[in-house]
Design a protein around this ligand. Sequence first.
Ligand code: TPP
Ligand code: SF4
Length: 295
Amino acid sequence: MSTVKDFETSQFPTWCPGCGDFGIWTALKNAFVEQGLLPHQTCVVFGIGCSGNMASFLNVYGFHGLHGRSIPVATGIKLANHKLPVVAIGGDGDGYGIGLGHLIHAMRRNVDITYVVHNNQIYGLTKGQTSPTSEHGLVTKSTPFGAIEMPIDPIALAIDVGATYVARGFSGNAKQLTELIIGGMKHKGFALIDVMQPCVTYNHLNTFHWFYQRLYELDKEGHDPADKAKAWARAMEWPTQLKVDENRVDRIPTGLFYQESRATYTDELPQLSDQALVEQTLGNIQIEPLMKKIS
Ligand SMILES: Cc1ncc(C[n+]2csc(CCOP(=O)(O)OP(=O)(O)O)c2C)c(N)n1
Ligand code: SF4
């Protein structure tokens, strides 16, 4: 049996006081403990950002790689040992900006990983530039006259391209987020958990207070995650394509939007049907016949 302390390192997080990243860190640790996992049975891959700095604060087998590249690394780990639970962590810039190409194809392939995105709608680590999820018209250091682009809707995108577990959490609701992460890890296939995570230092629009006025929970309204058309309709509720208006009170759904059962990428590979790659002995492999065939 493990405890939350087992998943902590000697370093206390360096995030700004009040940052939403603390809530996600708490939910992740809770999710590991509630599943009875031990640190050595858990693999977490981190991108670059305030979100990725969690690599120093979480005691697991981890890989802190390049900006936007956590998904290919997580996919590689899953191919090498598809029996290992693999979680990837990143920010909205990391996952929905520079890393978006990787993300779309991993969702399409239904790679069995759980991707937790710290969506603060801004670049935190680089001190407050517009991100792919910043609201249309948001004034930041890089868009002093307001963001020109429309925000990406990660939930609609994930449903569209083939993710099989699609959820939105909130870093201010660790209980719900813990349940969503456990659900994502138990799910066989690609799980996207988009977490609204206030950046208290650089995003002065999407604050905790702003979210508390707008969030609601899908399961309390009887949403059926097996119904793709209804999931799509809920995904369309937010983000809107309208210009920033602090006085507009949108309704923002949280919880599990969509879940389906479909073969994972590694399920489809006959080479892995008996054993994980790491369990296979390489000594008996004859490469010459294959080389002759393709030369
Ligand atoms: C290839 C590359 N391009 C740009 C950067 C600079 N950079 C570091 S973090 C970051 C964005 C951080 O925003 P986000 O991914 O949303 O994470 P957050 O810090 O908000 O958690 C950028 C542009 C980098 N490290 N590597
Ligand atoms: S800059 Fe923003 S996201 Fe980064 S630690 Fe501070 S509050 Fe959190």
